[in-house]
Design a protein around this ligand. Structure first.
Ligand code: SF4
Ligand code: SF4
Length: 453
């Protein structure tokens, strides 16, 4: 089983940002000089698009100030100096709650998807009905928490899926594994769920989830498929799995699909069975550190302490990146905290940092070959570079899932992903209502919010 190392050393300070999600900033519930316990709620907001924040340690609040955040901005944060004594709030398991109470439990426990949306908002979006819940384990196998065995991981995920379905009021649910993650596939295969043996079904051809729900005679299934990279993969994942198309200005909840990660599923499991709020998370540390590993850390732990726990930097550091070398955010300091949205820390050496100057496109078409949504990145970015955004739209730039593959393969080192993001932002800001202007004839995505297979 893939081992997750538990960081035992308590850092000298913990930085808890009052906003670790898309949505409203929490109001601090503590003041400078207050003593806080581990698990104590220290920030909350009445707004529905917010999630509570908790102290991950026992200690003294030394300040509440704007602090550097891994998303590249500064966020109002509660800075805590931990004490040696560990005092915890009483964690009370939640038993037999109604669906609406379960939604309150999720918000109160501060559970947030790694892509930023509070989990209760994904499950119960205002004015929308969810019929299918997916746990996306295609990119983060084992990374959701600390498990003793692979079977424990699998059974906790199935339990969490049932809780997520109950909270969403959904009738169907699926765990989606990566087809080369044999360890997870073996763990789920032949697990007994509601008296039936599970079989992991590889998604093949044009068969969608609806086929497997029917074929297996079950409302809970486990499937496997290829890994899909990128920050905005959820629309593509929704299409691949359900055949439902998601427009650029919408998200999977608009077509009745709630997608949760392994981390939030584990956090919900812990909130219900142990009464624990979301105060620790697993981060994958890779690159030029002496001992790369997956490590369970307290939320708010500065990157530099996580790197120290991984044996420290190896040689000269060129770049520190949060959430992936291809599409992540480069950091200007390692004094930024691990947040609920942090999945990985990558350290590049000075030699590995690409400092090449872009040259002209040679029309090699490598970017076209790798694009998972059949775009022509070279043409789109040529228009983006000239500010010709209407042409970008005509070439379906809004379908780009920002996977970064085109940038990674371009031999001319053209900053394709950056140009695409620049053009998409410009388009988004230029039109108030994108959906009404979106062309209905499109590739795999972006054809409006109607469901269907
Ligand atoms: S255009 Fe580039 S970043 Fe966008 S989906 Fe295609 S390969 Fe990925
Ligand atoms: S990979 Fe780079 S050089 Fe090749 S066609 Fe695409 S943009 Fe041009």
């Amino acid at each position: 089983m893939t081992n997750v190392y538990v960081m035992e050393k308590i850092p000298e300070k913990i930085i808890i940002p009052l906003k670790q999600h898309d949505g409203c900033l929490c109001t601090p519930l503590v003041n400078k000089g207050d003593m806080v316990s581990m698990g104590q709620k220290i920030g909350e907001c009445e707004c529905y698009d917010s999630a509570a924040v908790h102290s991950s340690v026992c200690g003294e609040v030394i300040s509440i100030e704007k602090a550097a955040n891994p998303n590249g901005t500064k966020v109002n944060s509660v800075i805590i100096k931990p004490t040696e004594d560990v005092e915890c709030v009483d964690f009370t398991p939640v038993k037999d709650v109604s669906a609406s109470k379960l939604v309150d439990v999720i918000k109160d426990a501060g559970i947030v998807e790694h892509y930023g949306t509070p989990t209760h908002k994904v499950l119960r979006p205002e004015g929308k009905q969810i019929d299918t819940v997916l746990i996306n384990a295609t990119s983060s196998e084992w990374i959701g928490g600390h498990y003793d065995t692979s079977a424990q991981y699998a059974s906790q995920m199935i339990d969490a899926l049932k809780l997520l379905m109950k909270a969403a009021g959904a009738s169907k649910g699926a765990v989606v594994l990566r087809n080369d993650d044999l360890e997870s596939i073996n763990a789920f295969d032949h697990l007994r769920v509601d008296g039936k043996l599970l079989t992991v079904a590889p998604l093949m051809g044009k068969r969608k989830l609806s086929y497997y729900f029917k074929d297996m005679g079950s409302d809970i299934i486990v499937v496997s498929q290829e890994r899909i990279y990128g920050q905005k993969i959820l629309d593509l994942l929704t299409y691949n799995l359900t055949g439902r198309r998601v427009s650029f200005c919408c998200d999977p909840t608009d077509v009745g699909v709630a997608i949760c990660g392994v981390k939030s599923a584990k956090a919900l499991y812990d909130a219900v069975h142990e009464g624990r709020p979301y105060i620790e998370t697993v981060v994958s540390v890779s690159g030029k550190v002496n001992s790369p590993k997956k490590i369970l850390v307290k939320i708010g732990t500065p990157f530099k302490d996580v790197i120290d726990a991984c044996g420290g930097y190896m040689g000269d550091t060129g770049k520190l990146i949060a959430n992936g070398a291809v599409t992540g955010v480069a950091q200007y300091t390692d004094d930024v905290p691990v947040t609920k949205m942090t999945t990985s820390i990558t350290v590049l050496s000075a030699d590995e940092v690409i400092r090449d100057v872009s040259i002209d496109c040679t029309h090699c078409a490598r970017c076209v070959d790798v694009c998972p949504v059949d775009l022509i990145p070279s043409r789109i970015t040529a228009f983006a570079d000239q500010g010709r955004f209407d042409e970008c739209r005509q070439m379906n730039i809004l379908n780009c899932v920002e996977c970064g593959r085109c940038s990674a393969v371009c031999p001319s080192k053209i900053h394709l992903l950056q140009l695409i993001r620049y053009a998409k932002n410009s388009i988004e800001n230029a039109y108030e209502d994108l959906s009404s202007k979106e062309s209905p004839a499109n590739l795999k995505l972006g054809c409006g919010c109607s469901g269907g297979n």
